[in-house]
Design a binder for this molecule. Structure first.
Ligand code: AMP
Length: 192
């Protein structure tokens, strides 16, 4: 099962992606997590990434596409995966679509987590107390939401227009367990 999760920062798509990937025993490919893992390196790239991510801006398409294509061609991805936080720009979606075409990959399901930006801000502030992410502060949150509206929302609309039969909108303001059940119901149907 191959899936894409769309949604603004703080919509809970990462939490759900982690839970569902574990349940189905498939890969959870969060570009945010992969980038944050690189923070421990002491090279120039790590420093640049820290600066960009802390400010809430997007990392270059070239770096992200490279990371994703390396993951998608690895053997462990053949059982399936959830793309969480990718594609985030039109250029990334063009790259992904051509990668899929060249490698005969079909995306089975696309979930779009919809939520009010006011709730998103409250959730991220709450998360900042626990996770201490460098980009969970008010300035970065504003940039990340702006980036979502300008760059990623049009990508989700493109997928909605072109893959409408596989595209499901989720009310992300609901309880974690409730959302998980809703996702699993759709996934189970998709498997048949
Ligand atoms: P996330 O954990 O998905 O909220 O991502 C955290 C940060 O990582 C984002 O604010 C960006 O700076 C960077 N990032 C993650 N995924 C991407 C992507 N697909 N394209 C560009 N930057 C990304």
């Amino acid at each position: 099962m191959k899936m894409i999760f769309f949604g603004p920062p703080g919509s809970g798509k990462g939490t759900q992606a982690k839970l569902i990937a574990k349940k189905l025993n498939i890969l959870h490919l969060s570009t945010g997590d992969i980038l944050r893992d690189k923070f421990d390196d002491s090279d120039k790239l790590s420093k640049q990434l820290k600066k960009i991510i802390s400010s809430g801006n997007l990392v270059s398409d070239k770096i992200i596409n490279q990371i994703i294509s390396n993951k998608l061609i690895s053997k462990v991805s053949s059982a399936g995966y959830i793309l969480d936080g990718y594609p985030r720009t039109i250029s990334q979606s063009e790259y992904l679509l051509s990668f899929m075409k060249n490698n005969n990959i079909i995306i089975d399901l696309i979930f779009d987590f919809k939520i009010d930006f006011k709730i998103v801000k409250e959730r991220i502030i709450h998360r900042s107390l626990k996770e201490k992410r460098s980009d969970d502060n008010l300035d970065s949150i504003k940039t990340r939401i702006d980036n979502y509206s300008k760059e990623t929302y049009p990508v989700s609309q493109f997928f909605y227009n072109n893959f409408s039969q596989n595209y499901f909108t989720i009310d992300a303001s609901q309880e974690v367990l409730h959302i998980q059940k809703e996702l699993m119901k759709i996934i189970k149907k998709g498997e048949n």
